[in-house]
Design a protein around this ligand. Structure first.
Ligand code: PLP
Length: 385
């Protein structure tokens, strides 16, 4: 059966070039990069090359990149690490629509008495910078706002937010896990202190991440017991995965400009095709400020899970904005925070593309999806007007 993978915000296919770059580090180059002898020395050099490749993609200095075990760890290290090291009490400011990797550490800090402000979003999933200004007026803050949303693709005004945070003397972290490799990012132009990224969102393997830490930013490590990564992340480095992440960043830097345009055209073809062939659909999120690869669209009066199930039968992989909690299908916190009406929230589907998708993939979806929607609406448990 033909397969079409449109769930790249969940994870991406590792690039063949990445796998090729990693393989020698399982066979010949298996030394510990901290060792003084030549087995270590050879490997150490490759870890540093990878660090330079990651740094180059986001305009950082090589010494400002720390490798972590995943994006979740990068987010935790940024937020907990900076709050815990602060001399005076700080507030934490974040948004309602962050990934749980940000929301959960913020909520843990709240339980420990740290004031946490979660900024609301509007119907398009955007924050209001006046709300951020107001929150910053309450005192010094560690701010964590995502560059781009994993469910809707909505891109926050991170440069403007970072300017406000720095003017107020705060610390600015961004979860750029969905943005790195999809949008041009240059930390020289945006006054960020910390930026998280994750390998498996840009064609490197799962289980490797990095945190950009601007020189001079103080933070307490989460893992104690090792001097690796300049003492900021203890534990012997996962050399093959670090090399893979480096290669993936190098590839992203080369292909980004062309691929962004091509992928956005494919996504727009999909969006237009669905809008022309299916009734009662609505696109979720700010379409003017959106990742080039993401389409979040609601099919009113249908459960998203039923659509996914039927798409999967045709070999098409996408994902829904619902999470199955205690047997009930609840729309995700992102869709809920945007105030998407119930009847649309339950039928929201995320299609997320990558550089491996083709026009023929999109046309295959456009061939198969409209009959599925028609069929499911005919048997909808809701009163379809
Ligand atoms: N933040 C965002 C925006 C994400 O999309 C994800 C992964 O889905 C994460 C954090 C967590 O990254 P990882 O899976 O590498 O822990």
């Amino acid at each position: 059966m033909r397969t079409v993978y449109l769930d790249n915000n969940a994870t991406t296919q590792p690039a063949p070039e990445v796998i090729e770059a990693m393989l020698p580090f399982f066979t010949e180059l298996w030394g510990n990069p901290s060792s003084m002898h030549r087995f270590g020395g050879q490997v150490h050099h490759h870890v540093e090359t990878a660090r330079a490749q990651v740094a180059a993609l986001i305009g950082a200095e090589v010494s400002e990149i720390v490798f972590t075990g995943c994006g979740t760890e990068s987010d935790n290290l940024a937020i907990r690490g900076t709050v815990e090291v602060a001399h005076t009490p700080v507030n934490v400011i974040t948004s309602r629509v962050e990934h749980p990797a940000v929301l959960e550490p913020c909520r843990m800090l709240k339980e420990r008495g740290v004031p946490v402000i979660e900024l609301e979003v509007d119907g398009k999933g955007q924050i209001n910078l006046d709300d951020l200004r107001l929150a910053l007026s309450r005192g010094r803050a560690v701010v964590s706002l995502m560059w781009a949303n994993n469910e809707t693709g909505v891109v926050f005004p991170i440069a403007e937010a970072a300017d406000l945070v720095k003017a107020a003397g705060g610390i600015m972290h961004t979860d750029a896990i969905q943005a790195v490799g999809k949008l041009p990012i240059n930390v020289q132009r945006v006054p960020l202190d910390l930026l998280s990224l994750s390998g498996h969102k840009l064609h490197a393997p799962k289980g490797i991440g990095a945190l950009y830490i601007r020189r001079g930013t103080r933070l307490r490590p989460l893992l104690l017991g090792g001097h690796q990564e300049s003492g900021k992340r203890g534990g012997t480095e996962n050399v093959p995965y670090i090399v893979g992440l480096g290669r993936a960043c190098e590839l992203a830097a080369k292909t980004l400009a062309d691929e962004t345009t091509r992928v956005a055209q494919l996504r727009d073809r999909l969006q237009a095709g669905i809008s022309n062939t299916c009734s009662k659909v609505r696109v979720n999120g700010d379409t003017e400020h959106r990742l080039p690869n993401t389409l979040n669209i609601s099919f009113e009066y249908i459960e998203g899970e039923s659509i996914l199930y039927h798409l999967s039968d045709c070999g098409i992989a996408a994902s829904s904005g619902s999470a199955c909690t205690s047997g009930s299908l609840e729309p995700s916190h992102v869709i809920r925070a945007m105030g998407v009406p119930f009847i649309a929230a339950h039928g929201s589907i995320r299609f997320s593309l990558s550089r491996y998708n083709t026009t023929s993939d999109i046309d295959y979806v456009l061939e198969n999806l409209p009959p599925i929607i028609k069929k499911l609406r005919a048997i909808s448990p809701f009163a379809v007007p």
